[in-house]
Design a protein. Structure first.
Length: 451
């Protein structure tokens, strides 16, 4: 069905990490874009500050690697795990690097790069409602313009909704079920010594994990997990820090940590899990957190977002133009199908690892398992880095971990057999719902033969 020629090929709702990046990638290719956001100012956020190597690789493949330069972003070579007095490091495979950075500064660079193209029109306003024609196809969006407060409309053959995790348009375009797994409390530690420079750190010493990584040459981001669905109240939060975090902060970070706590500059964010469950409608497609979210423990969000951008863009760029709405519809279907496979490992690993690290027996097992080094730790870190998308690898590593944990307990004493059985049961309970949401059996079998 040909579409009436409109001023724009694509209308993008939300110039956040997803919307601004796809605009920056497609605009130089001559695609006419309306980029709408309610706030173009730099934000101070605790999200999206560690780019796994998979995300860095995607930027490189899109020709956007320069956007990481000029604002003191820090290279990250791998992970360090710390449990009590025990420490182990796992490098990223093949000398790939991740990056730690200020998300707000990075986003401003991406936005500037997108808006530097004549083919991008910046629209400052709040998107209100998707516009439909009489065949219920989406033909654009209405918005309240920031400056005039007037309600205006934009028409385009394709609308991308990338308005983040509180998306207003999710219910028009998906059957997604969102759950809050826990909260992250974010602090910035100034001028401190992490146990392993140029590493992401996972601290497993307390009952819930906390993580840290460099975000500039003199700042370290500390993210502390607060389990449960309810926003932590101030008193509870303080009690959590006192009992479960403060005693386990390493010496070299202690004074910066105490100062950060004293000045109270922490931010709290909910951690969601939401499997992608799109309703495929003509004229619109979802991208980023609006479509799919996973626990941020593994820093996999932007790896998934950039991979989605590559997949969607490849399908859109294969079209001769944006006039054939039937063809656009086919491309949207192909994108949803392809992205499911590409992101399943990241989505499963993030929430499975969170489950593992919140379980005393499995937490000890994962530490020892990775400490053994060799192929198991290499394959596991490649999945976390977003470099290994093979589903069979993921299932194999998870099963190996559970078996290793059970065997290790029985090896210590046969009286620990019930705990060994519990480890296997708990591991199964963690992986089963995630695998059901994210994987098909045929995809795992296919990947087994690809190995
Ligand atoms: C605590 C936490 C830590 C995280 N840490 C990491 C990490 O270290 N590494 C990683 O890779 N991922 C991380 N993530 C995930 C990552 O940050 C997200 O996946 C990513 O930011 C999603 O990008 P987005 O564009 O979908 O959303 P956003 O970047 O939030 O962008 C949404 C945009 O839409 C705009 N908008 C919203 N509503 C409207 C409207 N009605 N009209 C106009 N504009 C609108 C907003 O102003 C915003 O600019 C983390 C997530 C959390 C919660």
């Amino acid at each position: 069905m040909p579409h009436m020629k409109s001023k724009f090929d694509i209308c993008i709702i939300g110039a956040g990490m997803a919307g601004a990046t796809i605009a920056a990638y497609l605009a130089p290719k001559g695609i006419k874009i309306a980029l709408i956001d309610q706030c173009f100012k730099e934000k101070k956020r605790i999200v999206g500050e560690l780019l796994q190597p998979g995300a860095v690789l995607s930027l490189e493949q899109m020709g956007l690697l320069d956007l990481l330069k000029g604002f003191d972003a820090q290279a990250v070579d791998g992970y360090a795990l710390i449990q009590g007095e025990q420490k182990t490091t796992i490098p990223y495979p093949n000398h790939y690097t991740g990056m730690g950075l200020h998300n707000g500064q990075f986003l401003q660079q991406i936005r500037a790069s997108a808006l530097a193209n004549d083919s991008v029109t910046k629209i400052h306003g709040k998107a209100l409602q998707l516009l439909e024609n009489d065949r219920q196809e989406i033909i654009g969006v209405s918005y309240r313009e920031e400056l005039s407060s007037e309600i205006k409309t934009i028409h385009a053959p394709l609308t991308i909704t990338s308005d983040g995790f509180f998306s207003n348009f999710r219910e028009d375009l998906s059957n997604n079920e969102k759950t809050v797994t826990s909260y992250f409390i974010g602090l910035i530690l100034n001028d401190c010594d992490m146990p392993f420079p140029r590493h992401g750190h996972v601290f497993l010493s307390g009952p819930t994990p906390f993580i840290c990584y460099p975000i500039s040459s003199h700042e370290v981001r500390l993210l502390i997990d607060f389990p449960g669905e309810l926003l932590p109240r101030k008193a509870l939060l303080q009690a959590h820090l006192d009992a479960n975090v403060t005693p386990y902060i390493p010496e070299g970070m202690r004074s910066s940590y105490d100062l950060a706590i004293k000045t109270g500059g922490f931010k709290v964010m909910p951690n969601h899990y939401m499997a992608a469950n799109p309703i495929i409608r003509k004229g619109a497609v979802m991208l980023g957190d609006a479509l799919n979210m996973r626990h941020p423990l593994t820093g996999g969000g932007l790896t998934a977002v950039f991979s989605d951008i590559q997949i969607l863009s490849a399908h859109l760029l294969a079209m001769p133009d944006f006039y054939n709405t039937d063809l656009i519809h086919k491309k949207i279907e192909a994108y949803y199908r392809d992205r499911q496979n590409a992101n399943a490992n990241l989505n499963i690993l993030a929430n499975a690892l969170y489950g593992v690290m919140s379980n005393e027996l499995l937490k000890t097992a994962v530490f020892k398992y990775l400490q053994c080094g060799g192929n198991n730790s290499l394959e596991s870190i490649a999945i976390l880095a977003g470099l290994n998308k093979n589903h069979y690898s993921l299932i194999k590593q998870f099963a190996n971990l559970a078996l290793f944990g059970a065997y290790d307990l029985v090896r210590q004493s046969i009286t620990r057999l019930p705990q060994a059985a519990k480890i296997l049961f708990d591991a199964f309970c963690i992986i089963k719902p995630l695998a059901k949401n994210e994987l098909s059996l045929s995809a795992v079998i296919n990947d087994y033969f690809k190995k």
